[in-house]
Design a protein around this ligand. Structure first.
Ligand code: ATP
Length: 202
């Protein structure tokens, strides 16, 4: 099993941008968002269970999960939210483990936006947090997603705090700088993780 570096950060902090830089250096990426979509893709057993539990409104005409509807549906219903978590969490866990086990490199990057929220830090050898101040986070998210300040701020409020994320960090990328600066930090971390991974391998 490879050495696993978890990459996390709040909305619009720059996770995707940083992960792409590692990928360009040849690092294999395991993406929690992609896995979360795969386990409920059309035809999957989990999607059928969701349909049986919540009714046909949970499925879009094309057969995909109606995420917007489901989000609203569980918003003020902790029991349904728990039911959904109990269904999806083990499937996501299993698929994540499988993808990590298939990697033959010494280490990989596990991009996991909700690491802090879901308390998954023990499943990584190392936690790398992409950090920016909240004002920059809001500005970049508004510009990228074409949403209002209030919408961006509401998403931020629903996520783990910057402080709680930094508390579990082994390494931090300050992403307030330029892409050139990021690139240098990524190159330095790349070397560090290579060394740590081969030390673990023994
Ligand atoms: P999400 O959690 O919403 O998926 P993310 O953490 O993956 O977000 P990115 O999509 O990588 O964040 O970055 C958010 C926005 O900020 C993007 O438009 C990206 O191009 C921009 N961005 C990222 N890093 C920088 C930087 N160093 N300087 C300026 N803009 C940046």
């Amino acid at each position: 099993m490879p050495y696993v570096v978890a990459l996390t950060g709040g909305i619009g902090s720059g996770k995707t941008t940083i992960a792409e830089m590692f990928a360009r250096l040849g690092v294999k990426i395991v993406d929690a968002d992609i896995i979360a979509r795969q386990v409920v893709e059309p035809g999957s057993p989990a999607l059928s269970e969701i349909r049986n539990h919540f009714g046909p409104q949970a499925i879009l005409p094309g057969g995909n999960l109606n995420r917007g509807w489901l989000r609203q549906r569980i918003f003020a219903d902790p029991v349904s939210k728990q039911w959904l978590n109990d269904l999806l969490h083990p499937l996501i866990q299993q698929q994540t483990q499988q993808l990590i086990n298939e990697i033959t490199d010494d280490w990989c990057l596990w991009v996991v936006p909700l690491l802090t929220e879901n308390g998954l830090q023990d499943q990584a050898d190392r936690v790398l947090v992409v950090d920016i101040d909240e004002e920059t986070q809001i500005r970049r998210t508004m510009a990228r997603d074409n949403i209002t300040r209030q919408q961006a701020a509401d998403i931020l409020t629903a996520q783990a705090s910057r402080q709680s994320r930094l508390q579990i960090a082994d390494d931090v990328i300050d992403n307030s700088g330029s892409p050139e600066e990021q690139q240098q930090v990524v190159a330095m971390l790349y070397q560090r993780y290579q060394l740590q991974a081969s030390a673990k391998k023994g």
